[in-house]
Design a protein around this ligand. Structure first.
Ligand SMILES: [Zn+2]
Length: 333
């Protein structure tokens, strides 16, 4: 039976979208992200070894989930610095929808870690810190939250961040998969955040995806706070990695599977796409910051200054004369 005000669950699987939702009876809000071509492009541009791609895919999903909290403008950045074979990850989300990312790793240490069976995403990070930087508002005011990485991986570190910095009970799940078909292989990433926000639930509206198992006419009672969060966590905790990355399972269907007993309200989905900030203009501006001597040191064997963007691997090269014209009289002689 479909409750008044609700509609059937959509089975249309949409990639590269963050879907916000609420489970009002449990005072819970959250987001589901499903990344297909967006994360596949990011990872393929770099040609990372699979374990590195898997880790960066997790970071991309987490960044999309957290960045989607920004309004129409602002920036969100995830950055790690740690002592594992992958010593740095940087993922940028530029509201409303742009995502870019890169990883820095030591190939020898990575090969060793693989040989020793120590190449899980958490093991590749090792010990260090994870920083989230948010810039928003008209003046792009900056906020940074930092949590320790101690071998626990991104999911656990994100829990830690929400506990410390925002003091919101939060569950985060992340999954990445490489799907191999006859046509080749592609990367997918998915994730889920669930947050307990008791104050945000006034003005309740009926769920879009109505209670499934509750018998018709049964009144769903208000649930005390900690019980509500315990129930939400237990329900969300049943989500499996393969469900988060399954292209045939729509985000709505996934939410319905998890929360159908309570009913789910879904909000406007937010698209995400791979896009870099780099441009000829920005690279030129960057090169102008160096001294003429520094620029001379950058000139390659081909007589040009080559710059490769570490985020999107786009290679550009420039004529050094553009920045440092030869002295008058020298070329005209
Ligand atoms: Zn770029």
């Amino acid at each position: 039976m479909i409750a008044p005000g609700s509609r059937p669950v959509s089975d249309q699987g949409l990639d590269d979208v963050v879907l916000p939702f609420a489970v009002e009876p449990l005072d819970v809000r959250g987001r589901v992200v499903r990344l297909g071509p967006c994360v596949d492009t990011i990872l393929s541009l770099h040609g990372y070894p699979a374990p590195v791609a898997r880790l960066l895919g997790e970071a991309a999903a987490l960044t999309a989930l957290m960045g989607a909290a920004l309004k129409l403008e602002g920036r969100f950045q995830l950055q790690t610095r740690s002592d594992g074979p992958v010593d740095m990850l940087v993922v940028d989300f530029d509201a409303p929808d742009r995502l870019r990312a890169f990883a820095r790793f030591d190939a020898e240490r990575l090969a060793l870690a693989k040989a020793q069976g120590q190449s899980s995403p958490a093991a590749l990070l090792g010990v260090g810190h994870l920083a989230f930087t948010i810039e928003q508002g008209a003046d792009l005011s900056r906020y940074q939250g930092v949590v320790a990485l101690a071998g626990q991986g991104l999911e656990e570190a994100a829990h830690e961040y929400f506990r410390q910095s925002e003091q919101i009970p939060t569950l985060v799940r992340l999954a990445v998969a490489e799907s191999v078909t006859g046509a080749g292989s592609s990367w997918r990433a998915g994730g889920l955040t669930v947050q307990f926000l008791p104050e945000a639930s006034d003005g309740r509206r009926p769920p879009d995806l109505a209670p499934g198992d509750a018998p018709a006419g049964v009144q769903i009672h208000d649930t005390p706070e900690d019980e509500a969060w315990a129930e939400a966590r237990a329900l969300a905790g049943t989500v499996e990695d393969h469900e988060l990355v399954d292209p045939l399972l729509s985000s709505e269907r996934l939410l319905y599977r998890l929360f159908h007993e309570r009913g789910v309200t879904v909000f406007e989905p937010r698209p995400v796409r791979q896009a870099c900030r780099c441009s000829d203009l920005r690279i030129r501006d960057m090169l102008r910051q160096f001294t003429p001597q520094e620029r001379r040191d950058m000139i390659g064997d081909d007589g040009r200054i080559g710059v490769t963007c570490e985020f999107c691997s786009t290679h550009r090269d420039f004529d050094p004369v553009e920045f440092d014209p030869p002295a008058e009289g020298f070329t005209k002689a």
